[in-house]
Design a protein around this ligand. Structure first.
Ligand code: EPU
Length: 416
């Protein structure tokens, strides 16, 4: 096990390259199950979650060559089983369910258990597949899904679930007839997958909207795709610049996917300017306290809530942060308070009163984005902050300490 040791107080300066988006790469890799032809990927991020999905897909019969530029090939699938040992380490493993039933006619996937940020059921994934004619059974912690061939139908999602929409879109590409998904998730990662499926020969309409129509095909072909930039990683580095009083440039950053994030960071006083191929981010003199409410895209993303809260710890007033996506995504509050933050939780809201300083201390988090918020707080705190359990960060941030070191941060990875 490793921890980060951060000596705070350095204003970040320099350029950082944003990696491919984890939450786009995961479903795009799962889509390799849908075709017997090779798929060429570019810009795959080097992350633990990517290693996990590749391991799962390899067990199912997908071969891989390369790393950042990767070729996946599944001429024949040999297995339809996603074991608990893998699913419990990464819930996104559920993304193999739709493609497996669509291509093999059956799947046996462990039910993801509870999660540090909320209950996170997968009932809507299952309801959608059942509506498409799959016979779904839950037995001994596993989902068994069977269908000779899925049938197109009209599905309404009670909640615009991201991986649920992705699972059902993938299933629909090989179903008989047309599937309409209403109240579909509109996240850029969902659209990136839809565009990939289109390139593989699917007929998809409504990409980027909440009504997606897919006409199923007998088979799909291979393609070549590039993973979109990670908007959450980009947002995290924007906060890093703002919270440390720095000025940084982001490379490979897609501002079009970040409207809500940029809007709120600008309200907080951070300057964000597009300069040719780079995005310049400069800290304000004073961080303005501002409120956020997390919502499905294009609303403010829950995956940036914790990082934004760290920024608000230094605001000039009071900020109300309301979490509407997950019921337990405030675990970082208690750790931020250990650094001296003034935060009260009131139901689904955290009330953050800005303070002049945070003082370094050992902290640890139970999920990826909460860990990122603690790194950000540590970069701005006085003295030494130790962030424990950084394996959470390795799941979703490529070489975080190396990118921060290149920006002048005093951060080191050491054995815990
Ligand atoms: N929900 C249900 N039933 C379902 C599915 C979801 O009730 O069948 C609920 C969830 O419990 C939650 C809400 O719907 O309250 C939204 O969850 P969603 O299904 O959209 O989340 P997800 O697909 O499991 C993805 C990202 C998360 C991100 C959320 C929300 C991936 C691999 N994961 O999760 O990313 O927080 O969407 O945007 O795409 C992260 O990267 O740190 C992360 C947690």
């Amino acid at each position: 096990m490793y921890k980060f040791v951060i000596h705070g107080g350095k204003a970040l300066k320099g350029k950082v390259k944003i990696s491919g988006a984890k939450n786009a790469a995961l479903p795009m890799l799962a889509a390799s199950l849908l075709t017997s032809q090779p798929i060429i990927y570019h810009n795959i991020p080097d992350l633990q979650d990517i290693k996990t999905i590749k391991r799962l897909l390899s067990d199912l019969g997908v071969s891989f060559e390369g790393k950042k530029d990767l070729v996946a090939h599944a001429p024949n699938l040999k297995n339809y089983y996603a074991p608990y040992e893998l699913v419990r380490t990464m819930r996104a493993s559920i993304l193999v369910l739709g493609p497996l039933v669509a291509r093999m006619g059956r799947a046996c996937v462990s039910l993801p258990g509870g999660c540090a940020i909320g209950a996170r059921p997968v009932n809507l994934h299952l309801k959608g597949l059942a509506q498409m004619g799959a016979d779904i059974r839950l037995e001994r912690g596993y989902i068994y899904a069977n269908a000779k061939r899925l049938k197109g139908t009209e599905i309404y999602l009670d909640i615009p679930t991201v991986t649920g929409t992705e699972n059902l879109m993938m299933a629909a590409t090989l179903a008989q007839g047309e599937t309409i998904i209403r109240n579909a998730a509109c996240e850029p990662e969902v659209s990136a997958l839809a565009l990939m499926l289109k390139d593989m020969g699917s007929e998809i309409e409504g990409i980027g909207t909440d009504v997606i129509r897919i006409k199923g095909k007998d088979e799909l072909q291979g393609t070549e795709v590039r993973v979109i930039p990670d908007r959450i990683e980009a947002g995290t580095y924007m906060v890093a610049a703002g919270i440390t009083g720095g000025e940084i440039y982001l490379e490979n950053c897609c501002l079009e996917h970040m409207t809500a994030i940029i809007n709120k960071l600008q309200e907080a006083g951070i300057k964000i300017e597009k300069q040719d191929k780079l995005v310049k981010v400069s800290a304000p003199e004073t961080i303005q306290s501002t409120d956020i409410t997390t919502l499905p895209y294009p609303g403010f993303p829950t995956d940036m809530q914790a990082q934004f809260m760290s920024l608000m710890c230094f605001g000039n007033g009071v900020s109300v942060i309301t979490e509407k996506i997950f019921e337990n995504r405030f675990m970082h509050v208690f750790e931020l308070k250990r650094l001296g933050a003034d935060i009260k939780i009131d139901g689904a809201s955290a009330i953050v009163k800005g303070v002049d300083v945070l003082i370094g201390a050992p902290v640890m988090a139970t999920d990826l984005r909460a860990s990122a918020s603690l790194v950000l707080a540590g970069l701005a705190a006085q003295g030494t902050t130790e962030v424990l359990r950084i394996y959470h960060l390795d799941r979703g941030y490529v070489a975080m300490e190396r990118k921060l070191q290149a920006l002048g941060a005093d951060i080191e990875r050491v054995p815990a």
